[in-house]
Design a protein around this ligand. Sequence first.
Ligand SMILES: Cc1ncc(COP(=O)(O)O)c(C=O)c1O
Length: 444
Amino acid sequence: MKFVSTRNHNNPVSFTEAMFRGLAPDGGLYRPDSTPDLSGFFASLADDVPFNELAADLTSALLGPEISREIIENIIRDAFDFSPELREVSKGMYVLELFHGPSCAFKDFGASFLASSMNHLLSESSVKNSGSGKNGRAIIVTATSGDTGSAVARAFHGRNRIDVIILYPSGRVSPLQEKQLTTLGGNVTALEVDGSFDDCQRMAKAAFTDPALSNLPLSSANSINPGRLIPQSFYYVWAWTRMRSMAADGNFAFIVPSGNFGNITAGLYAKSWGLPVNHYIAATNANDVVPEYLKTGLYTPRPSQATCSNAMDVGDPSNFERLDDLYENSVDIFRNHIEAFTVDDKTTLNTIARVEKEHAYLCCPHTAVGWRGAELYREKNPEIPAVILSTAHPGKFVEIVEEATGRPPELPFALKELAGREKKAYPVGNRDTDLREWLLKRFS
Ligand SMILES: Cc1ncc(COP(=O)(O)O)c(C=O)c1O
């Protein structure tokens, strides 16, 4: 499989090049240039295939022969010492827990695969001296609304060929997320931006096409990077291997709490490769430009609005461009593949409390948006089981969970140990030139 820009389908590049570039030179997003038919491969998977094995086989099916089987096995072994878990929380309501990785969020899947791939491929001679991997080194610039940064920080920490620069919106991430971003040190540097997540995302995007920075081996780890996106498809396939015997003919729905729409895009790619699951439901908070698009046919980005599911506060989701491209810029085709629901903050908090009370299951606010989205979907489709992607551990959102239930959640060990660590972040303004100046000072 090769990759092309969403804005120009004529210049395919290898996965390695697309991954190190992060963003296509014309400002578009890389997307697969072809739609392989993997239905035979999916059908051949065992019901209990281990996640690592599935990940290695699917990577080979997608990226072989560009990357040898031996390197793929090394990448997967280094990337995943954790796996998704699937639970039936109430009848027809399944939760796909994606928070068993090092930063307790779904982004660990994408970030770990990306870090491991870059690390392995940077030592390959073909990559060492090519455009984005100059002298065997890379600089990751990534914007975060909370979770991406912590997953990226953990995944890349200590990889000595790679520097990581994380931009986060000051005051708009939870205290724990901030600790995760700012306390690792070493090759991981946090920039505290005086602005919103959209500012951070715009600044990071601008850096990749800024001629003044063209000598730096910049790369991205945001959900726009195809090296993050592809591995996010693995757990959709894994969940299907577990669900297909429970839901006849794979007739179930994935409900995906969505902000930047990277997670659901990965699932929709898996569908395009022949994964026999037909229903993909995006659940958003008040930042509902995609649900609005589905209703009205008009895509109207707007400034993001702060909500209690803050990692989904995105007013102009980057991956809309990929989905729009996949669905031939047609809202009618788009509507055939995705449905969407919007959940407000009051309902999100009620849902956290209600699900805990009724099912003894504690959700993070993003998962609660998904849970409520699943309920709304099943009001219309009661016979279709829902698989809700649980994108973060509730312990990452202590204040919100406590507000909803009256009690703070239990913290997993990975979060507990952060308490005593000291924050180190560089404050920067919210203009593209603020980031440019900082990078030039640091790396020239
Ligand atoms: C916990 C959590 N849930 C959901 C999302 C939304 O995922 P996406 O931006 O891929 O739509 C994010 C994104 O940062 C997140 O961190």
